[in-house]
Design a protein around this ligand. Structure first.
Ligand code: NAD
Length: 422
């Protein structure tokens, strides 16, 4: 099952449970607009390389399209459609006034120089700038896209429209209109939800060990924050593999080793293992912070954790969901667990629009409130419908999206099929 089919399956299941108006389900089952672009970029060796890029705008029912863009060799339209759809649901879960969108370019950012990445990013903006904007579609970082790239993005867009437009993109460095707390937001938001869930269920931090898959923006900060809260971190991984130590590892040492030697697998904090092996190691909480489709029908049965926190988008397949539910594994679903990222992106955008910047204490307070409210609203629906937390999350989002559609009218989600800009 593809990532998009998986997303549609999750939507259909929850729509059935809550008896959602079929017209609302039909409306939200395909994106409003899909743009496919060709991006010619001059490489450092003088050759020309043409990259393929995407921007999918799923829904602007509740506000401007919002969602990151990624640079990854396997990027494809199916994946970007799934991620854009999830963004509409994520923003609705968090109750922030945005719709959903996502973008990406098929490229290997790890093998490109800084100059090549800057030229690619500026080309991408030139290709999509007519369909984005601070009140229309606001991109942000995702896999292998960084705050520096967001600064180039903002600069190129501002140049094209001939005015300073910091609100066109979020996840920027502080010096060019970024928000305090954006870097750590995805991990911090997930930590607030996990802490609240554990408090409500009388689970103690000191009794819980953690494994984290992925050691980038989401995973690395998750390791640091959870370690700081008192959780024992037993294992971490990146694209090259993982390390595990049943006595615990210090994520700050692992980060230093990764910076110096190129991968967490080179750290002496734990014994090296493959990513597949790491997911099956003994732990209480598994944090998935790498990419989609990591826990599937092939390995779900071997997962030992009792709680899974989905910081990545779509890391658990629909088949795995069913296997894990039978084992009573609690999944804190992506559209709640990682919504801290888009929530602080929203704060950044509000600050850009107002030209007034908040202190970190204010950001943390507001983020915690939104995360805890999001969780409690889901738990209420979960209790009402006797369903899983993922189903409760989709129901929470559908409830808001359905009301917006009814208030605006069925034409609000006007379809404009595939735009080919080749
Ligand atoms: P990143 O590029 O900063 O880091 C990705 C990490 O995953 C790297 O450590 C990489 O080595 C690792 N990785 C890649 N392939 C892997 C594999 N097969 N097995 C294990 N590790 C692998 O990206 P990120 O921003 O941390 O994003 C990670 C996930 O979190 C993505 O699914 C993304 O969509 C999601 N997410 C990120 C944000 C955000 O604010 N950055 C917000 C919401 C969701």
């Amino acid at each position: 099952m593809s990532f998009y089919e998986n997303t549609i399956k999750n939507m259909n299941k929850s729509a059935k449970i809550m008896k959602l108006d079929p017209e609302t389900l039909q409306t939200l089952s395909s994106p409003q607009k899909t743009l496919i672009v060709s991006l010619p970029v001059r490489m450092d060796d003088g050759t020309l390389k043409v990259f393929e890029g995407f921007r999918v705008q799923h829904s602007e029912l509740r506000g401007p399209f919002k969602g990151g863009f990624r640079y990854f060799p396997e990027v494809n339209l199916d994946e970007i459609k799934a991620l854009a759809t999830e963004m509409s649901f994520k923003c609705a879960v968090a109750g922030i006034p945005y719709g959903g969108g996502k973008g990406g370019v098929k490229c290997n950012a790890k093998e490109m120089s800084e100059g090549e990445l800057e030229r690619l990013t500026r080309r991408y903006v030139q290709a999509v700038y007519q369909i984005i904007g601070p009140n229309h579609d606001i991109p942000a970082p995702d896999m292998y896209t960084t705050p520096q790239m967001m600064a180039w993005f903002m600069d190129e867009y501002s140049r094209l429209v001939n005015k300073y437009q910091p609100g066109v993109v979020t996840g920027k460095p502080i010096e060019v209109g970024g928000s305090l707390g954006r870097g750590t937001a995805t991990a911090q938001g997930g930590a607030y939800v996990l802490e609240e869930y554990m408090n409500q269920n009388n689970l103690k931090i000191e009794d819980h060990s953690v494994i984290i898959q992925g050691f980038g923006n989401a995973g690395m900060y998750a390791a640091e924050i959870l370690h700081g809260m008192g959780f024992r971190i037993l294992g971490v991984s990146d694209s090259k593999g993982g390390i595990y130590n049943e006595d615990g590892i210090d994520p700050f040492v692992v980060l230093k080793d990764k910076k110096e030697k190129g991968s967490v697998t080179k750290s002496d904090e734990g014994k090296a293992c493959t990513n597949e092996e790491l997911l099956e190691k003994k732990c209480d909480i598994l944090v998935l912070a790498a990419m989609e489709n990591q826990v599937t029908e092939k390995n779900a049965d071997k997962v030992k954790a009792k709680i899974i926190v989905e910081l990545a988008n779509g890391p658990t397949s629909a088949e795995a969901d069913e296997i894990l539910a039978k084992k009573d594994v609690v999944i804190i679903p992506d559209i709640l667990a990682n919504s801290g990222g888009v929530t602080v992106s929203y704060f950044e955008w509000v600050q850009n629009q107002a030209g007034y910047y908040w202190p970190i204490e204010e950001i943390e307070l507001k983020l915690k409130r939104i995360m805890v409210d999001g969780l409690n609203r889901i738990l209420k629906f979960q209790d009402e419908h006797k369903c899983t937390m993922r189903e409760g999350a989709y129901i929470s989002a559908f409830d808001r999206l359905d009301k917006a559609l009814k208030l605006r009218g069925s034409g609000a989600h006007l379809k404009c099929k595939v735009y080919l800009n080749k």
